[in-house]
Design a protein around this ligand. Structure first.
Ligand SMILES: Nc1nc2c(ncn2[C@@H]2O[C@H](COP(=O)(O)OP(=O)(O)O)[C@@H](O)[C@H]2O)c(=O)[nH]1
Ligand SMILES: [Mg+2]
Ligand SMILES: [Zn+2]
Length: 298
């Protein structure tokens, strides 16, 4: 008897336990899960098969992930936002008032899961003054893209930055993540399953997320949820590796295991004093270290 090989398909939307898959033929199909423990997220490759006489496909397993982005949810449980990411777009805007600590935490998460990061500053149409924080990110080597979903300014730059990459857009709620994605969707006049491109925010589901294919081989995932929970940092080592300028400078400290707090001959603190390291970023680093200590002693 001829046995059909199961298909490796890509998860393009999740909505509670509902999933949309992109098959190797480029079709978007609805799918459900074989077993309650399976928790596929956007960006996952899963093994799935069509179900005879049904429109649903059945997902039997998830392929090993290159990486995953997770954060605690409102009940303090770990919630995985997306998998197999190449690039994190961390978005801020003139309004709501930027919380740069949130930006720093997402950048730290990107460093720790091993994917690149871009800072996008949206609502440029409302910008009145230049933010010095953006210059700080540029100094660290992060590309900074100033854009406006309203005027479509630099949306093409954002798209180009994702060529061939799997990206996710994250940041404080209200900065315009969904609006940017919707603007990109309109641009493509896309015709796909209704789930994709509609993140269903505000409905009564815990996780839901959608992946949009870009014409240049890239993809962008809208991060779910309306609250500002950021990825957790587990250890001081992760905090250090989350700040690339601190990791680099830290190689010259007197102690190899310097935490850059009270140690003598600390190149990081010297860098802060001399202005080569942003003292605001250094404060973010220290806040993160304190958070990991609280987490450990709890
Ligand atoms: N002026 C201006 N408003 C924007 C822009 N992008 C989004 N908004 C508005 O910002 C608000 C929040 O946008 P939304 O996409 O829901 O933010 P999200 O929570 O990050 O997904 C909405 O009222 C949007 O219309 C922009 O480029 N310029
Ligand atoms: Mg949104
Ligand atoms: Zn040090």
């Amino acid at each position: 008897m001829k046995r059909h090989a199961s298909h490796e398909t890509l998860v393009t939307a999740t909505f509670g336990t509902r999933v949309t898959l992109r098959t190797p033929d480029g079709l978007e199909v609805p799918a459900r899960l074989k077993g309650k423990k399976l928790r596929p997220v956007c960006g996952d490759y899963v093994i799935a098969d069509p179900i005879i006489n049904e429109s649903d496909w059945l997902i039997s397993s998830i392929r090993p992930r290159k990486n995953q982005l997770s954060r605690p949810n409102s009940r303090g449980h770990k919630e995985i936002l997306a998998a197999n990411l190449d690039c994190l777009i961390v978005m801020a805007a003139p309004e709501p008032k930027p919380d740069w600590f949130i930006v720093d935490r997402y950048l730290a998460a990107a460093e720790n899961i091993g994917c690149s990061a871009i800072v996008a500053y949206n609502k440029l149409d409302r910008q009145t003054s230049v933010s010095e924080e953006l210059a700080e990110y540029r100094n660290c080597g992060y590309p900074v893209i100033k854009c406006s979903a309203r005027t479509r300014h630099n949306l093409d730059t954002l798209t180009s930055a994702l060529a061939g990459l799997n990206g996710i857009i994250v940041g404080q709620s209200g900065v315009g993540k969904s609006t940017v994605i919707n603007a990109l969707v309109e641009q493509q006049a896309r015709t796909t399953a209704p789930l994709s491109g509609n993140t269903g925010e505000g409905r009564h589901t815990t996780v839901n997320s959608a992946l949009l294919f870009l014409p240049n081989g890239g993809a962008i995932i809208d991060s779910p949820g309306v609250r500002d929970y950021t990825p957790a940092i587990q250890s001081v080592e992760q905090a250090i590796s989350g700040f690339r300028e601190i990791s680099i400078m830290g190689e010259h400290c007197r102690f190899a295991n310097c935490r850059h707090l009270r140690e003598p001959d600390c190149s990081v603190k010297n860098g802060v004093n001399e202005g080569t390291i942003s003292s605001r970023r250094y404060q973010s680093y220290k806040r993160l270290v304190v958070l990991t200590r609280n987490a450990i002693s709890n």
